[in-house]
Write a protein that binds this ligand. Structure first.
Ligand SMILES: [Fe+2]
Ligand SMILES: [Fe+2]
Length: 311
């Protein structure tokens, strides 16, 4: 039997499950809660304490899971009976699940869930002005660093694109692309993947060459899929490019959407690789990355960071 991941933060206590819930324990999948039953609060807390972040669902029950995730998005946005923090956790869980599903199987259903998660995050930020700061400030475990980075890039790039008044439907495309821009990373060799934690300016030439292969892998995973637009595919393929032409494809011209994604991607990577505060990273960004991005956009980005309470 094949399984797909489901973030533990999307599973509420005491609600009847429409699918079998498995955990991965000692190299095997164990049915933890069968369909039709619910999980009590105590059991759920225990798992979270044990640092288990994912449940698993049999792949043939994926449709039921997606219905469940749709409901989770609605619940996070309506906030019926849940706090603001819980709604942020719920949306983060849906986005993380969508990214993980895209990493393991980039099919139409996973992609549709990613689009809904991206739209949901955008809506949540509109409803709750503190949401971005709360999401950005969350500490992730090392295993979750890529997912955490993708959610940060999604939220900040969305805000930057809204700030410079790009068309709303294009911002939705940007938000979707941002969530999955690094899905190629887990396909790199282990020693190359470790470079994710290294600032690009500190990589040796050959390290950078190997690391940049993830952009091609990401786009190959998504190419020739009719449900993914050319715009999203190109945003992902060229997300490590900059105006100086030092990216993997040596492009020196970027569309406004690409500039938003690439600038925010570079900024967020700086924050976590150098373990800097948002303010420290921005100070360095203004100096070290000048020429890589349009100066006007960097100034606009500073305003966004200030508006969101990060500077
Ligand atoms: Fe990347
Ligand atoms: Fe990235």
């Amino acid at each position: 039997m094949e399984y797909v991941p489901l973030r533990i933060s999307t599973v509420g206590a005491n609600s009847e499950l429409t699918f079998d819930l498995y955990i991965f324990f000692k190299d095997q999948y164990l049915c933890y809660v069968p369909k039709g039953k619910s999980i009590d609060e105590e059991k759920l807390e225990k798992l979270i304490h044990q640092s288990i972040t994912d449940f698993y669902i049999p792949k043939d029950q994926i449709d039921n899971v997606n219905v469940y995730l749709d409901q989770a998005i609605q619940m996070a946005l309506c906030k019926e009976g849940i706090s603001s923090e819980e709604s942020i956790d719920l949306m983060e869980g849906v986005a993380s699940t969508a990214i993980e599903q895209m990493q393991s199987e980039p099919n139409e259903k996973s992609y549709s869930m990613t689009q809904k998660a991206a739209k949901g995050l955008r809506e949540l930020m509109t409803q709750n002005p503190s949401a971005l700061k709360i999401l950005f400030g969350k500490k992730s475990k090392e295993a979750d660093q890529i997912i955490n980075h993708c959610i940060n890039v999604c939220t900040l790039a969305t805000k930057l694109a809204e700030h410079i008044k790009l068309p709303s439907d294009e911002i939705d495309e940007l938000a979707t692309a941002a969530l999955i821009h690094d899905i190629g990373l887990p396909h790199l060799k282990r020693e190359t993947l470790e470079l994710f934690s290294k600032d690009r300016e500190e990589m040796k030439n050959e390290e950078r060459f190997e690391y940049f292969k993830h952009t091609k892998i990401s786009s190959q995973l998504l190419s020739s899929k009719p449900f993914i637009s050319k715009q999203v595919e190109e945003l992902i393929e060229f997300h490590e490019e900059n105006l100086q032409g030092t990216g993997p494809f040596k492009k020196t011209k970027l569309s406004p959407l690409q500039e938003c994604l690439n600038l925010v991607n570079t900024y967020d990577k700086r924050v976590f690789t150098k373990k800097e505060t948002p303010a420290e990273a921005f100070k360095a960004f203004q100096i070290d990355y000048i020429g890589m991005f349009n100066l006007e956009l960097i100034k606009r980005f500073e305003l966004v960071l200030k508006e969101e309470g990060l500077l």
